[in-house]
Structure formats: C-alpha cells, structure tokens
Design a protein around this ligand. Structure first.
Ligand code: ASP
Length: 419
C-alpha cells in the first residue's frame, strides 16, 4: 500500500515537471499570439486555481483547530508560535541581506537603458498599509467574513480561538472536536482530488506566462531577473539547507527532493496560499507532524516571504542605480528593516509583493515610478519569490517540529529521572 502510494506521488512530481516543460514549450510556440494562450489555455489554469482557493480556507480552518486541540495545551501553541515567528523573522532578514549583497556586488542596474515610455505611473502601487493597520487587521470583527474573503491571517486567528475554546470547554467541547476532526479529514481528501489535477493546472498556468513574456519584455531586464534568481537559489541552498540539517538532521538533498512538487507548483502558480495543500503533503512526507504543519504552514503562507524580501532588496538597489541614487549603509539597513516588516503584510497571492515594494522604496526616498520599470516582468520574478516563500515555510515547519520533538523527549527523560 505504502509503495503504491509512494509510486503515485513520485509519478505526480514527474507529471508536474513534464507539464511545466510542455507549458514552457507551448508558450514559446505561441509567442506573438499571446491572446490564443490567454483565451483558450489560461481558463483551465484559472479553474484549477479556483478549486484550490475553494478548498484552502476550510482546510486551514479545520486543520488549525484540530492541530490546536490535539496539542491540548494553550501554552504549547504559544511556544510553537514564538519559535515560528522568530524563525520567519531571522530568515527574512537573511533573505533581504542576500538580495542587497548580490544586487550591489553584481551591479544589478548596470547596462540598463531607460526609455521614457517605461516610466508610466504604476497604478495601485502607492497604497501600502501601515504597520499598525496590518496589526489591527489581524483581528477580525466578524467570524464569517474572513472565511468568505479568504483573509488568511484572520482565518488563523479565528481557528486559534475556536481551538482554545474547545480545549477549555473540556468534555462539553468533545463533540465539536470530533466534528472538526471529521471535517478536516474530508477537506484533506477533497484537496487530494484537486492535487491530482495539478499537471493540467501547471500546464495551463505557465503557457500564457511564457507566451506573453517575449524577448522584448525580458531582455532589458535580464540582469535584474538573473540577480533575483541567483540570490533566491543561494538563499534556499545556504539558509534552508543549514537550518534543516542543523535542527532536524534531514539532508538538504532529501529536503529539496521531497519539496519539489510544492516548489514546482509555487513556481507555476505564484501563490503561496494556493501551494498550501502541496506543502502539507510534502512536509508530512519529511516527517513533520500534522499538528505542527497545520499551524506553521498557513502562518508562513501569510507572513513569511523570504523570496519577496529578496526581490524587494534587489529591486530597491536596481531602482536606486537606474535613478542614480546612492544608498548609504544606513539606508540599506533601513531597507532590511522595512522589507522584513513589509513581507509580513504581503498576502500570499500573485503580484502582492510589488505593492509592498512601494513601502520599501518610500522608506529610503526612492522614486515610486521605479516600480513601473520592474512591473513588466513581475510574474517572472513572482514565480521565483513564491518558490522561495513556500520553501521557507516548509523549512520552518521541519525545524520547529524537530525542536518540539527534542523538547518533548527532554521532558519525558526528566519525568522518568524523577520517578
Ligand atoms: N506571490 C507571492 C506569494 O504568493 C507574494 C508576492 O507577490 O511576493 O507568495
């Protein structure tokens, strides 16, 4: 049974990879005719993403409630939450530092020729919520509305409170706990069905992107794309490999191999939230317990954005260089701080990183018009940053799970020593 399941999973990875290649190929063939891809292929990608979005809120809601209930201890949830948030903040700071480092050393803006038409005002980029607004918005004033609008951070808060309520209610809460457990299982099975369709989804999502991004769009910004991708790869290989190896002993090779379906899907869909179902499966295969993954992953899909931080660091330097602004070390430190905070407010959906870039540029007085320069290739950059974002969430899950396992083992040892 197990080998059969393993075989099925392996073939799904291969199928997603094949779909990605076929999608790139058909996108190349359709270059010059992006409308065909947009009208006839993209709708299938949209249907697939809609199905994922449909199931993601109930999955997150029920699995977090169930996770909290199975932990049986509100303090324990707090300790996991604390570790998770620390991990997220530290890795994000690393990410933006890598971004700035690579962008400075490789002189990311060098050789770019700006023509005036690339400087149209970028609509929608100027409205970044303030930090306090972000904080206040975490707490919903209505228990149903966040589920309808899929406001993930609020869904997490609702789930935590329901979980706490069930624990505190004791015996009287038992029927609710059983119901949640059953519903969570049902949702996970629905998710499995949808995931089986992912090769079609990946093909239909990637073809229009390649068809629309011809050489004339890509070439002038090739250096920016190259530096952002390079910094992303180095960050994943250096930071995640060492964290996963250091905390859990899992070899980086195994980590990336098991994570590959989620990474491929993130790359094609550019949505961390949409990739959640894949990430649950991958981290479970890596041995992370469900109660930890069900809490750490959705939180990460909402607040942990290392790829977005890299992109913002690289873009800030790119825009500064193009406009001939020299960013001092203090200003670059300011970029690190703002980016780390901005990434928390970035939603895990396609294109949201570019909106938060406005906040970062503003913090050091860079012209917001610069966003228009990078917006043309945003999807290409978004694919890389989303891949990094969700891999960071998975690395955190593995590490927090390992830390909790060690803590439990220590506690057991202490108890048996005291006996
Ligand atoms: N698309 C990214 C994500 O879903 C967010 C971003 O635009 O940076 O993780």
């Amino acid at each position: 049974m197990n080998t059969k399941k393993q075989k099925k999973k392996l073939s799904l990875t291969v199928m997603i990879l094949t779909a990605l290649f076929l999608g790139i190929l058909s996108g190349l063939l359709l270059q010059g005719h992006p409308k065909i891809a947009e009208n006839y292929i993209q709708p299938f990608g949209t249907i697939f993403l809609n199905l994922i979005k449909m199931i993601v809120v109930p999955v997150v809601l029920f699995s977090i409630i169930q996770g909290v209930v199975s932990l049986q201890d509100i303090k324990k949830v707090g300790s996991i939450g604390g570790k998770t948030i620390c991990f997220y903040i530290v890795t994000t700071a690393f990410a933006v530092t890598f971004g700035l480092l690579f962008a400075n050393v490789l002189n990311v803006g060098g050789g770019y020729v700006m023509n005036s038409s690339s400087l149209e005002a970028y609509e929608g980029a100027t409205k970044a919520p303030s930090l306090i607004e972000t904080l206040v918005n975490i707490f919903p004033s209505n228990a149903v509305e966040p589920l309808v609008s899929a406001t993930m951070l609020q869904v997490i808060v609702i789930a935590l409170f329901f979980g706490f309520g069930i624990i505190i209610a004791g015996d009287k809460g038992k029927p609710a706990a059983d119901l949640v457990e059953s519903l969570s299982e049902v949702c996970i099975n629905i998710m499995g069905l949808i995931i089986n369709l992912s090769p079609i989804g990946v093909f239909a999502l990637i073809t229009p992107v390649v068809a629309a991004n011809g050489p004339s769009v890509l070439l002038p910004l090739l250096k920016l794309i190259g530096v952002a991708y390079l910094a992303s790869i180095v960050h994943m290989v250096v930071v995640y490999s060492s964290a996963v190896k250091g905390f859990s002993g899992i070899s980086p090779l195994r980590f990336f191999k098991e994570q590959s379906p989620a990474m491929l899907f993130a790359f094609s869909s550019a949505s961390s939230v949409g990739t959640l179902p894949f990430n649950y499966e991958c981290t479970e295969k890596l041995g992370a317990r469900k109660e930890i993954a069900s809490f750490v992953l959705p939180l990460g899909a909402t607040i942990n954005m290392d790829g977005t931080a890299i992109y913002q660091g690289v873009s800030a330097i790119f825009i500064a260089q193009i406009f001939g602004v020299h960013l001092t070390l203090t200003q670059q430190l300011m970029v690190i701080l703002t980016t780390t905070l901005a990434s928390i407010g970035t939603a895990g959906v396609p294109g949201s990183g570019v909106i938060m870039l406005a906040m970062v540029l503003q913090s050091v007085g860079l012209p917001l018009e610069g966003i228009a320069l990078v917006a043309g290739v945003d999807r290409i950059l978004d694919m890389a940053r989303t891949t990094v974002n969700i891999t960071g969430d998975a690395a955190c899950t593995i590490c927090v799970d390992a830390m909790e396992k060690r803590k439990e083992a220590r506690r057991k040892l202490n108890i048996s020593n005291n006996l």
